[in-house]
Design a protein around this ligand. Structure first.
Ligand code: NAI
Length: 301
């Protein structure tokens, strides 16, 4: 009776409708995992071509997931893909995505653009809507500084590729209410992620630790202490990492790596994040890693 209702009150408030603003690399992945979990999703992007691209990539990825889940059962694969896909709507108008339980922002990494977006959403969304940013490098607090519903705001930091990476960093700001925090944790779990809780500090947990580690791997190569291949083999076989630091940097993109390191240096002042001449040289030569065909390694295009 009453006690049971009370104890399950968090599930009663469970997030069932979600809007993702920004349908790029991260936004399309976040939309996919939410749709797969049975939620109704709206993707908003200012660029309608990108919305079409997002839909295409989501369909391809859903097929891959469906094949894994329902090995060989074509009927089940097709209905999984179709049903998940049909839960996703797309629009270029923010208003079309305002009235939902949760809005996750995954637009360009620019403070003023993100602030402007949340300020507008704060005006047009109902009072119960929770807001979250997927920012990697900007202060979550700063992004939400102009909104009134600070208790209903926090960070949800996913990892690329979203459908594959199992971690979600849930960022609880000082102003995030316990109820909002619980709802974000519960939602993360519902989309298949393992959630960790962290404060609004530069790099949160993963990037704060990964930065110094990968920077030192690059410096090690720069000093000629060991070859790229041997550094990667060492960390895979000696430390149990699935990828070595240099192949991981090539995978993420060396331009992104440079950006993240300089941002962390600016925010923390920690010299481990200082510019690395070898990394800057590769980037200036257009060697961005896997996506450009060359980074620390060469790739077939
Ligand atoms: P992206 O460039 O692939 O996608 C951004 C999308 O946002 C584009 O489709 C763009 O048209 C759209 N957009 C820009 N301004 C907009 C606005 N005002 N309203 C609606 N849509 C708008 O970028 P990506 O890589 O998906 O990153 C998005 C966010 O996720 C950034 O904050 C980034 O720091 C964060 N992030 C990125 C990760 C990565 O590995 N790429 C990992 C974790 C977080």
């Amino acid at each position: 009776g009453l006690t049971r209702n009370f104890s399950s009150s968090t599930s009663l408030n469970a997030i069932k409708t979600v809007t993702i603003v920004g349908g790029g690399l991260m936004g399309s992945g976040i939309a996919q995992v939410a749709a797969q979990a049975g939620q109704n999703v709206t993707i908003i992007d200012i660029n309608s071509d990108l919305l079409g691209k997002a839909q295409k990539s989501i369909q391809t990825n859903l097929t891959r997931v469906g094949k894994k889940l329902y090995k060989g059962d074509e009927a089940k694969i097709n209905s999984f893909v179709q049903e998940s896909f049909e839960r996703i709507k797309v629009s270029t108008k923010l208003e079309d995505g305002a009235d939902v339980d949760l809005i996750v922002e995954a637009i360009v990494e620019k403070l003023d653009v993100k602030q402007e977006l949340f300020n507008k959403l704060d005006q047009i969304s109902p009072a119960h809507t929770i807001f979250a940013t997927n920012t990697s490098c900007i202060s979550v607090n700063a992004i939400g500084s102009g909104i009134k519903r600070k208790d209903k705001y926090g960070g949800l930091h996913f990892f690329n590729p979203v459908p594959v990476m199992r971690l979600l960093e849930v960022i609880k700001c000082d102003s995030t209410s316990e109820e909002t925090y619980q709802a974000m944790m519960e939602w993360g779990k519902s989309v298949g992620k393992t959630c960790i809780t962290c404060k609004d500090t530069p790099g949160f947990v993963v990037n704060r630790l990964l930065g110094p580690y990968s920077a030192e791997a690059i410096r090690m190569l720069e000093r000629g202490d060991a070859s790229a291949e041997d550094i990667d083999i060492a960390m895979k076989l000696g430390a149990g990492y699935p990828m070595g630091p240099l192949e991981l940097a090539d995978f993420t993109g060396l331009d992104t790596k440079t950006f993240v390191l300089s941002n962390m240096f600016e925010k923390t002042g920690n010299p481990v994040f200082k510019p690395i001449p070898l990394l800057d040289k590769l980037v200036s030569e257009g060697k961005f890693g896997r996506k450009s065909g060359e980074g620390f390694y060469k790739y077939d295009k």
